[in-house]
Design a protein. Structure first.
Length: 271
């Protein structure tokens, strides 16, 4: 039996990692019994029609092209089996999380907990290629701002997703310009959740952009109850986690990328 090429194996792993479990299971089921020798375009369309994300669809198309060119087999069961094995490895890798609790607030027993600001600064300072920062409120965090400027100076791509005074309808008072200034905002991609894209209840009250997280280089993940404010990072009682896990990091990035592609998150008009 011919061995699969590293490029094909990489694409199998990529598809298995990026597709949500339910969609991956559907793809594997659909592959079983399909004649891989049929028209390539028709086969790609048949398998991709249930995938709502363009990035996922392209991944499956690339996989089919590599499989048919490299493996030269019409046995779709073999490809389904390869994806199943990759999915199993993905599930097992979730059990191997490197996780550290982070904390803001009283610590009477002096437990060895990382402070929230220290954990976030570690993530920002470790970034080499890409940073995603998400927060509801952003205000008075000069050390964080300085770390972000240094990240930009070393070539890191920075995305910031945050609530703004205009879109929050008074829920927050200070915008990103007050905290970060033009040095960061002119070089980062600033994304907001437009008011017209937000759900509302029967009384007309809309949802808020209330997530707080950060991702560095598709490896490190920071998730916390803390906003990006001085009070949240230094004075409040807040809890979160600093996690090293590529699968989780990639899933978070894919989730936000889907929001961008669907138009739910948009580039800020005013920075």
């Amino acid at each position: 039996m011919k061995q699969l090429s590293p490029q094909l194996l990489t694409q199998i792993r990529k598809v298995a990692q990026e597709l949500p479990p339910a969609m991956l299971s559907t793809l594997i089921e659909d592959l079983t019994g399909i004649d891989m020798g049929t028209n390539g375009n028709g086969l790609s369309k048949q398998l991709c029609q249930k995938l709502p994300n363009t990035h996922w669809r392209q991944g499956v198309v690339d996989l089919l092209v590599l499989w048919q060119a490299d493996y030269q087999s019409s046995d779709s069961f073999a490809l389904a089996a390869a994806l199943s094995a990759a999915a199993h490895c993905k599930t097992e890798s979730r059990r191997e999380l490197s996780l550290e609790l982070v904390w803001t607030g009283p610590n009477p027993q002096e437990s060895p907990l990382r402070r929230t600001d220290q954990a976030l600064l570690q993530l920002i300072r470790s970034a080499k290629e890409h940073l995603l920062i998400v927060s509801f409120a952003v205000y008075k965090v000069p050390e964080i701002a300085d770390a972000l400027i240094k990240a930009l100076n070393r070539g890191v791509s920075l995305q910031i997703v945050a609530e703004t005074p205009g879109d929050s309808e008074g829920k927050i008072s200070y915008g990103l310009t007050t905290t970060f200034g033009s040095d960061i905002l002119s070089r980062a991609q600033i994304l907001v959740w437009p008011m017209e894209q937000r759900p509302k209840d029967s009384k007309g009250k809309h949802g808020s952009l209330h997530a707080k997280c950060a991702v560095a280089d598709k490896e490190w993940v920071f998730i916390s109850s803390a906003n990006l404010t001085h009070y949240a990072l230094m004075l409040n009682l807040e809890m979160g986690a600093l996690i090293y896990n590529r699968v989780l990091a990639d899933e978070i990035l894919c989730q936000f990328q889907t929001l961008i592609e669907s138009g739910l998150l948009r580039l800020a008009q005013c920075r």
